[in-house]
Design a binder for this molecule. Sequence first.
Ligand SMILES: *Cc1c(COP(=O)(O)O)cnc(C)c1O
Length: 353
Amino acid sequence: MSQYWSPAIKALTPYVPGEQPRERVIKLNTNENPYPPAPGVGQALRDYATDHLRLYPDPTSAALRATLAKTFSIESQQVFVGNGSDEVLALAFQAFFCHGAPLDVPTITYSFYPVYANLYNVELRPHSLNASWEVDIEALGSASERSGVIFANPNAPTGHAHSLESIEKLLKRVTDRVVLVDEAYVDFGAESAIALIDRYPNLLVTGTFSKSRSLAGLRLGYAVGSAELIDGLQRVKDSFNSYPVDSLASLVGIAALNDEAHFDACRERVITTRERTRQRLEALGFEVLPSKANFVLAQHPDYAGAQLFAGLRERGILVRHFNTPELNNFLRITIGTDDEMDSLLEALQVICG
Ligand SMILES: *Cc1c(COP(=O)(O)O)cnc(C)c1O
């Protein structure tokens, strides 16, 4: 605490990212991709003339937005880009959720939403998951007044994904405010709600290059929705930082998008390894929630989450443990390479006797 901080800053509880270790460990704690980005990314980096660094980037990121639009078969005016999808989410909170009514959100979801709610003074209306650890999509937006609805699909850290059909049901009910679907993990087996943006002008879908495109270090995220929503985000962006996406990130992002084959091969590998890991964890006695993401959430009936986390850490394997009453017993395990998962499973076998 400092006397120079404003009262609002004193009251914040900032998001705590997963640990980024300096020593060599098997790192399964922050949902990064175990495979390298597309080969074209390396070429783009080598071709990038350092003279570009002297100049400001295109404030509208037109080339990157056009490539995203082509990828999703939509128009450039339906695409917004930012410095990681966390930034895009923050701008969306400012643009759409500051209405003085509660924002509908699942109780267990991406832990950055409550942080932004706090920062932008948005009241939350949390809805419990159902008995199968699924987001209760019927409950979201069922109250008469709201400032919006936000959830992740697949959800984090549970991994469950709703069908487009159930998302569309929600959109038929909630027409007065923005429904934000965070699709950070959609490429690992879920259906994208981008297919619905032409019919629902209040639907905003966010995504990231950090997970399925193996570019967490680059900081590139996007939002897709009607031109009026994208204009709203643009207004906030241009009132805060005109150049959130640097020229190198744009080039690299375009190179990644242009290699569909690499993208498909990597996500297929992650999905295959996920299913194999799930079976083997179950064989060790774990309950593993069905996941459409690049992680699984698992708990063991005989061993506490904290105990397993500590045992793995001692063996140089990092996973994520959440110190909340509902998730205390679980581990969230990122899907790495087959070799990494073998090491994890061997270690768990030893720890669990
Ligand atoms: C990882 C993640 C993000 C943030 O992605 P960045 O683009 O790296 O900022 C957003 N939402 C969810 C649900 C995530 O898991």
